[in-house]
Design a protein around this ligand. Structure first.
Ligand SMILES: Cc1cc2nc3c(=O)[nH]c(=O)nc-3n(C[C@H](O)[C@H](O)[C@H](O)COP(=O)(O)OP(=O)(O)OC[C@H]3O[C@@H](n4cnc5c(N)ncnc54)[C@H](O)[C@@H]3O)c2cc1C
Ligand code: SF4
Length: 864
């Protein structure tokens, strides 16, 4: 007898996208024609097994399609799936049980309301030894209307999404955690068993793991052997060092990261048997995938795993000698530790602030100084900055949100509705992004502010300017060359930019930037040039919120609680009042215990993504948000960057130095910023294009490379949402105009580099595009123009962001505004949002100074 009751069920989701066209019976041809004519097909199905016991016991394993949506562009957009559809799971083709089908049958209305019925089929069959990934993610579709063929096509799901959806399925009706666990085990056992009947190497799907399974460790080791050069130098790190590095990363990482990595390993295990012994054959298979120019679900995952391998390899001290890196040592100021609590005191505070990034720390100081009792809740740990050293693995795991594995979906409709993804870096510790950022400070260009105002941004230019000035005084913002001890080393990449743009100017602190080449303004004082800004400044030279604001806040009575994650917002009974109020927050403390925190006023400063996520998972708020059309999570944007490396003929070897020291600024509000930058070896290896021996050879030139990257503000077309299982999903479609601006920045940078004494420049196009001659540059430009005109190819260009923005727009326009001119969630009297999530569109320049200026304004309004 199973250890769960008859009413226990399972819910999961299936999302897929692709192309189809009408009246053609061959799905492959129909998909090809559909792609050419822009007829995309996406499906998003909610699937339920109401009684798991019956499902498992029956010969025909039938699940119900209970809802979802279908789009068949251009005619059908988001049609709701009719209830009553069915999924037959693992139907055997014959008695051998080696060939199975998963059948989908459902219907939905077309544009004129007539019913379209859809049949989908996944065929599972081990034909060439390694095709489970393709089989499980590919659905052949047939559509009928009134009994006549209406179309065929092919849709595909994202392999990682598919595995994750099955693994984290929602169990319904369980009366206890034990019953839920038993039901999940039974369901996963069923799926594992059926898949193993077809694919004998298939990696077993487990519940959220407590540690990597032995099978996953083998896969990891196998990947390390296949993604690094065939033989490693004996004086550098060895395979065991990589695994030990990853173990150390995981031991310090936020808990969800084990799940993410185990998903990646499981996905790769659908392609590479963990027990594979023929390394030569595996290398041929992997190399073929890596060299594909078209998108492949396996290449997507191999790229993610590549970062897991090269990061611990090059961050290992044994790699320093190989790449010619001298590990810098910090000279801390030894500022006293802040008193930080593990749980909130049992009293009602005037203001409860969630999130301690640049916004939260400034708010805590201003409001405490105004005599308010302030509680500052931070989901991450408190790490005294003087304890930080050059250990990239440790500090990346501890200081970053999702330990630097957070991703956004590009929404490129090729493999799965959510498409391939890119990394979104955010800090997650007391101090937030201010601890790991590069301390570059920009005022919003006036042209960009005008664009913000055109969508209802209510803060006046005068108030904003005064707020910038106040923050500049607090943080001692100054040009980079004045931020260090005499002789501070500035990133050498700027020397190349002078070939093109002349000598860099010193930007005034009091004015927004004009186009041109400048030193950066930075919130750094007494810089020691360690170049370690992104793993935290152990020298305590960043004049960030932790150094400047929190000591003053604490002295004025502010209580800081670390490992305190706001889970949910609870509203008070409105008793007919025109505005609603928040009564309390549920806060999860270290060790998993939850407490209720009450206050008079509440401010969400959990950062872009974080603040929207809290609002979206607060059940009490859900009805209010939908009844009042408050678009929480919409208009999400980011500054997107794409690096380009210059391989010099001689040792530049100025690493370490000040990490980002110069920038070139093009048309304000419309163009791009180009930043010079470099990283310590681990981070550099993750940004460096290429795989295997090629990647290794490029890394061996570490001390001869400098880098720079254009940064462009994306359009506000992204979103932060929750999926059917309640997890936060970040979407940021990449558009042609963004690619166009990245292209112009990359081409200019390449021209500047090539005018200097370099061997070649390397851009992040495909597996790395080498640029040496004007003809190379022209070809590069032409290839990027092709992507610009067809952004579904955008996956070919490496992009990433450390500057997510938006989601909770501040605007007087009720169609887009989430918060009003008082920073209040619309319709609420005592819930404010103040952080980078309130930007109405991307700043296009580094955002932290603007975020802090807005926090200054929020505090001014609250204390007026
Ligand atoms: C590597 C890197 C380099 C950067 N360089 C620069 C730069 O040079 N110049 C610049 O202007 N900007 C830079 N940025 C961006 C800048 O750091 C961010 O824009 C800024 O930190 C955002 O501030 P914030 O207050 O909105 O949120 P965050 O800094 O993201 O802080 C939010 C805090 O809230 C916490 N939190 C989240 N959810 C919860 C919850 N539910 N409960 C409690 N706490 C929660 C998080 O852990 C985090 O500490 C960089 C960012 C990165 C990652
Ligand atoms: S380079 Fe960055 S990490 Fe190093 S001392 Fe200067 S501010 Fe700190």
């Amino acid at each position: 007898m199973p250890d769960f009751g008859a009413h226990v069920g399972v819910q999961f989701a299936e999302t897929a996208s692709g192309h189809s066209s009408g009246s053609i019976s061959d799905p492959v041809l129909a998909a090809r024609l559909g792609a050419a004519s822009g007829r995309s097909f996406t499906l998003d199905l909610q699937i339920s097994i109401p009684r798991l016991q019956d499902f498992l016991a029956s010969a025909e394993h039938l699940a119900e399609i209970t809802g979802g949506a279908v789009s068949w562009k251009p005619d059908i957009l988001g049609a709701r799936v009719d209830p009553g559809g069915r999924v037959t799971m693992f139907r055997d083709a014959d008695a051998t049980r080696k060939r199975k089908f998963i059948d989908f049958a459902f219907s939905f209305p077309n544009a004129s309301g007539a019913t379209l019925s859809c049949r989908g089929i996944k065929e599972l069959h081990q034909d060439n030894g390694c095709d489970a990934a393709t089989d499980l993610t590919t659905i052949n579709l047939t559509l009928e209307a009134g009994g006549k063929l209406a179309g065929t096509g092919i849709v595909r799901s994202n392999l990682l999404d598919f595995l994750r959806q099955v693994k984290t399925c929602r169990i319904t009706g369980a009366q206890s955690p034990g019953e839920e666990r038993a039901a999940r085990d039974a369901f996963l056992g069923f799926v594992n068993g059926r898949l193993r009947e077809v694919y004998d190497y298939f990696p077993l799907l487990f519940r959220e793991p407590g540690a990597l399974t032995p099978e996953q460790r083998k896969t990891l080791l196998l990947c390390a052997r296949l993604l690094l050069p065939a033989s490693l130098p004996p004086n550098g790190p060895q395979f065991d060092d990589i695994i030990a590095g990853l173990d150390r990363y995981l031991a310090n990482a936020s808990s969800s990261q084990l799940g993410t990595i185990s998903d990646w390993l499981q996905a790769i295990g659908t392609f590479l048997p963990a027990e594979a012994t023929d390394l030569t054959l595996c290398r041929i298979l992997v190399t073929a995938e890596l060299n594909k120019t078209e998108r492949s679900p396996i290449k997507d995952v191999l790229q993610l795993i590549h970062t897991l391998i090269v990061f611990p390899y090059y961050a290992h001290p044994k790699a320093d000698g190989l790449v010619g890196y001298t590990r810098p040592v910090h000279t801390p100021r030894n500022t006293p530790d802040l008193p930080v609590a593990q749980e909130p005191p049992d009293r009602i505070f005037d203001v409860v602030i969630a999130g301690s990034g640049p916004a939260g720390t400034l708010l805590a100081q201003r409001l405490s100084a105004a005599g308010k009792s302030v509680l500052l809740l931070e989901a991450g740990p408190y790490v005294p900055e003087r304890t930080i050293d050059a250990d990239e693995i440790l500090w990346t795991a501890r200081l970053y949100k999702d330990s630097a594995l957070q991703q956004a979906n590009t929404g490129i409709p090729l493999f799965g509705a959510q498409g391939p993804s890119f990394m979104v870096l955010q800090g997650a510790c007391v101090g937030g992004g201010g601890i790991v950022n590069n301390a570059v400070c920009f005022r919003l260009p006036p042209q960009r502010l005008a664009q913000w105002q055109s969508v209802g941004f209510p803060i006046s230019p005068g108030n904003l300017a005064a707020a910038y000035d106040s923050v500049a005084r607090d943080l001692k913002i100054k040009p980079a060359s004045e931020a260090g001890a005499p002789g501070v080393r500035l990133n050498p990449a700027w020397k190349f930019l002078t070939n093109k743009f002349g000598a860099p100017g010193k930007p005034p602190v009091g004015d927004p930037p004009e186009p041109g080449l400048y030193e950066c303004l930075v919130n750094i004082d007494g810089c020691q040039s360690t170049g370690l800004c992104n793993v935290g400044c152990g020298s305590e030279r960043k004049t960030n919120g932790v150094q400047v604001y929190l000591p003053r806040a604490v002295a004025a009575g502010c209580v800081i609680v670390e490992h305190a994650e706001v889970q949910e917002i609870h509203t008070a009974d409105d008793n007919g009042a025109p505005l609603r109020a928040v009564a309390a927050l549920t806060v999860r403390l270290s060790g998993g215990r939850t407490v209720l925190v009450r206050g008079q006023e509440f401010i969400l400063s959990c950062g872009p993504i974080g603040s929207s996520a809290v609002l979206l998972r607060s059940g009490d708020l859900g009805d209010h948000l939908s009844a009042n059309n408050i678009p929480v999570g919409q208009r999400f944007s980011a500054n997107l960057g794409s690096p380009i490396f210059a391989f010099c003929n001689e040792q530049v070897n100025l690493q370490p130095g000040l990490q980002i020291a110069h920038y070139y600024f093009s048309q304000p509000g419309e163009g791009f910023v180009m930043e010079t930058w470099f990283n310590p070896p681990g981070a550099n290896a993750m940004a460096m294009p290429g795989f295997q021996q090629t990647h290794f050879d490029r890394m061996m030139a570490y001390s001869r490379t400098v880098a720079a990257a254009p940064l462009v503000g994306s359009e506000a077309t992204g979103s932060v949402t929750r999926d059917l299982l309640g997890r936060t999903v970040v979407n940021l479609p990449v558009s042609g105009s963004e690619i166009g601006r990245l292209r112009r920045g990359l081409v200019l940078l390449a021209e500047a580099f090539l005018a200097g004494n370099i061997e070649y420049a390397l851009a992040g196009l495909g597996n790395g595009r080498k640029l040496q001659t004007p003809a190379d540059l022209a070809q590069f430009d032409a290839d990027l123009q092709r992507i610009e005109s067809d952004p579904t190819q955008a996956y070919l260009l490496r992009v990433g962001t450390g500057h997510p923005q938006g989601g909770n727009t501040m605007s007087n326009d009720p169609d887009i505004g989430v918060i009003d001119e008082q920073f209040r969630l619309r319709g609420f009297s005592n819930l404010r949002i103040c952080d980078g999530s309130i930007f109405p569109m991307s700043a296009g320049v580094n955002p932290q100074w603007t975020i802090m200026a807005l926090a200054h304004e929020c505090a001014r309004l609250l204390t007026a």
